[in-house]
Design a protein around this ligand. Structure first.
Ligand code: AMP
Ligand code: MG
Length: 424
């Protein structure tokens, strides 16, 4: 890839660009090349930085641990006072407790009783665990064969002064909070939270609280979107159900793009509906309409409206979730400033029942992953794989990712699975 990102126009004239048969990986790649991370930085107490992305590198100003300390309860000694082949008895000169170091000077032939985490006296280089020591009458007898340096945790062995501990773009999770605290850092620079606006279109949709007329359904997509966005730590702006008229839809796009970093819609991008939405988006922004070689989730629109990123997800409830997991989740994290994204964990599990699949597209079927008594991971399809069967997402705990070329899969076959938990 070149260093300057391609424009939508470049993409549309590229040789292998076929909007009507877009492989999943290709769509991911295109999306990734059009993302602009937000740059706004704020300084927060580390506790408020949980779930945020660091906006600058963090270097250590101290050693962690700050002093040589014991990894065990036992006796701190000079290794030179021990013998390789026989027990040795040393005089106990005093004790070193965590937070209360031994104060005196240690003479040769002496040992110090020491607790885990307590400072190792400067004369000592080795700690013998108490299970290998016998103390009586102010003296301690220590077993043979100790290794020099044993059970001593050296100053700076976790983090050294000046060491870059975290790079800009790092997500702050529980471990990072603990590490920041261990360095004595109270505040960090983070990017502000992503603002994501979303709305639904469709005259059949009724917001909660309304009563259903003939042929009408409650709008559920705004709630799955709300849930997924909230779990990702986004600031959400729910714009409701927008009436299916060009004027209302245009006004909704314009105000969403003004207010948010990312605009997400569901419905209205499938053939037949796409036409008027397409005209509006051509006027307001730079948006590509794709048919992705996947199921569920075939129609997808992506681009920019003004400075806002836009994802036009399909209307079917399962397709919304699948396309969110597969395309939107990673994109949001990149826009939020993350640099090193781990890929979603994927591994093989054994199918417990056959499942139907047509070659030619990647399918994201819903499965229930469990571990059999023999320790092997197995996956059971949830049943009806229709793109409107939202209960399949609720029953499932993973996607079974069936690759493009694959046809029907038999019971006993190994298939790729992607667990949901921890993903959004
Ligand atoms: P569309 O992509 O607009 O043609 O919608 C495809 C299917 O998804 C239709 O059955 C719609 O009724 C349904 N659908 C669209 N939007 C929503 C929504 N917000 N909540 C629930 N179902 C929806
Ligand atoms: Mg519709």
């Amino acid at each position: 890839m070149t260093s300057s990102a391609p424009t939508l126009r470049d993409l549309a004239i590229a040789d292998d660009y076929d909007p009507n048969s877009m492989p999943v990986d290709k769509a991911r790649e295109h999306i990734r090349s059009f993302l602009t991370p937000i740059g706004t930085v704020e300084r927060l107490h580390i506790r408020d930085a949980l779930g945020r992305v660091l906006a600058s590198d963090v270097a250590s100003t101290v050693n962690v641990p700050s002093h040589d300390n014991s990894g065990m309860d036992g006796y701190a000694v000079r290794h030179a006072d021990l013998a390789a082949d026989r027990d040795v008895t040393l005089e106990i000169a005093g004790a070193s407790f965590a937070g209360k170091p031994f104060q005196g000077a240690l003479k040769p032939g002496q040992a110090v009783r020491i607790m885990t985490g307590a400072t190792v006296p400067p004369e000592c280089d080795t700690v013998i665990m108490q299970e290998r020591a016998q103390a009586a009458d102010g003296r301690v007898t220590l077993g043979a064969g100790a290794r020099k340096g044993q059970n001593v945790r050296l100053a700076g062995e976790d983090l050294g002064i000046g060491q870059v501990v975290f790079r800009r773009g790092q997500l702050v999770r529980a471990a990072e909070l603990g590490m920041l605290a261990s360095l004595g850092i109270i505040e960090v620079d983070v990017y502000r939270r992503l603002r994501v606006a979303f709305f639904s279109t469709g005259d059949e949709l009724v917001p909660l609280g309304g009563s259903l007329g003939p042929g009408q359904i409650y709008d559920s997509n705004r709630y799955t979107l709300f849930g997924m966005l909230q779990r990702l730590g986004c600031e959400v702006l729910d714009m409701g159900v927008i009436r299916d008229t060009p004027e209302a839809v245009e006004a909704a796009f314009a105000s969403a793009a003004q207010a948010a970093d990312v605009v997400i819609t569901s419905g209205g991008v499938s053939v037949g509906e796409a036409d008027y939405v397409k005209q509006i988006l051509d006027r307001l922004g730079d948006v590509l309409f794709w048919k992705i070689a996947m199921k569920p989730g075939r129609p997808l629109a992506f681009g920019k409206i003004g400075t806002a990123h836009f994802f036009g997800l399909p209307g079917n409830p399962v397709a919304v979730m699948v396309t969110f997991y597969q395309f939107v989740r990673d994109a949001l994290q990149i826009i939020a400033g993350r640099t090193a994204l781990e890929s979603v964990p994927t591994f093989k599990a054994r199918l417990t029942a056959p499942t139907k699949k047509a070659p030619g597209r990647t399918e994201f079927q819903r499965g229930i992953l469990s571990r059999g008594p023999d320790g092997e991971w197995t996956v059971r399809p949830t049943g009806n794989q229709g793109s409107g069967i939202l209960s399949s997402m609720s029953q499932a705990n993973c996607f079974m990712v069936l690759p493009t070329e694959q046809g029907n899969a038999e019971a006993g076959a190994l298939v790729d699975v992607q667990p949901f938990e921890g993903i959004v």
